[in-house]
Design a protein around this ligand. Structure first.
Ligand code: NAG
Ligand code: NAG
Ligand code: NAG
Length: 255
């Protein structure tokens, strides 16, 4: 799994190096995560054109919406999340939105005060679902990297805290655990249950993917085979460079 990610990052790095060849960018001392924060930084880092385009793309309502209904310990879900969804999201962030809904085949019962959840892979899975739900609520965009890290690890639950510390250092673990153990987590998981049960057609298995809110067998198969190609092909705007390079499958052109 890490190999795939390494290759993708390598390609991205190569592309950016290639693009900026010839233009010297001595004044860019910002981490890549901040490159599009202001026009000034974007210009200094030689990516102004890219950032303007990315901003337009994000705000024009054309982004492809990918939702994943899944369970934290289901092997097929973990494979899809870590080898398809997250690498694609890293490459195509500008043209796609990702929604994660941890619940899947779980069931809920309302007791006197709160919901009790029963999960396909046992109590650990319910805990994993709850931790990831609270991360999505508390960490903003960083939650995706943290969840990717957990689902890539040998032991999902043991990885939760170290992954959080690595990818969302500013969120205290207590904040996450307060949510997990409290009313907020219970309510958020109930919302995941409602969202999952409202699926049309109803989900029959996990991972269950919807694209722009729609699930068909064809979309599911395409997503499982190559989410990257699916998102690129569905995006109606000007294709980002990652799509043109990726889809053509250029060879012998590595840096
Ligand atoms: C991109 O959008 C963000 C948020 O709307 C804004 O703060 C930033 O200045 C924009 N960047 C560029 C390069 O247009
Ligand atoms: C994706 O979702 C956003 C917000 O819900 C919406 O504005 C946009 O039109 C959707 N994209 C497509 C292609 O349906
Ligand atoms: C994280 O916390 C550090 C130290 O408190 C602060 O300097 C930094 O701006 C914070 N980063 C984010 C993304 O909030």
């Amino acid at each position: 799994m890490y190999t795939l990610k390494a290759i993708i990052l390598f390609v991205v790095l190569c592309l950016s190096v290639k693009k900026s060849k010839g233009k010297s960018i001595p004044s860019c001392k910002y981490p890549t995560s901040q490159w599009c924060d202001t026009n000034d930084i974007a210009a200094k880092c030689g990516v102004l054109e890219h950032c303007v385009l990315a901003n337009v793309t994000k705000s024009n309502g054309m982004s492809v919406n990918v939702s994943l209904y899944y369970e934290s310990l289901c092997p097929g879900c973990r494979l899809f999340l870590t080898t398809q969804l997250m690498p694609t999201f890293i490459m195509l962030e500008d043209i796609m939105n990702v929604e994660l809904v941890p619940y899947g085949n779980a069931q809920e019962q309302l007791t006197e005060k709160k919901y009790v959840f029963i999960c396909q892979h046992g109590e650990d899975e319910c805990l994993g679902n709850m931790i990831e739900t609270c991360m999505l609520n508390k960490m903003g965009a960083a939650a995706y990297r943290v969840i990717d890290c957990m689902e890539s690890a040998a032991h999902v639950l043991n990885a939760a805290k170290p992954c959080a510390e690595l990818f969302s250092p500013n969120t205290s673990w207590d904040t996450v655990m307060d949510c997990v153990k409290g009313d907020l987590g219970n309510q958020l998981m109930h919302e995941n249950a409602l969202k999952t049960e409202a699926l049309k057609p109803p989900h029959q298995y996990v991972p269950w993917v919807t694209i722009n809110g729609e699930h068909t067998e064809e979309l599911q198969v395409k997503a499982m085979n190559s989410l990257f190609n699916l998102v690129c092909s569905l995006y109606q705007g000007k294709k980002p460079i990652a799509c043109t390079v990726g889809l053509k499958g250029r060879r012998g052109n590595y840096c």
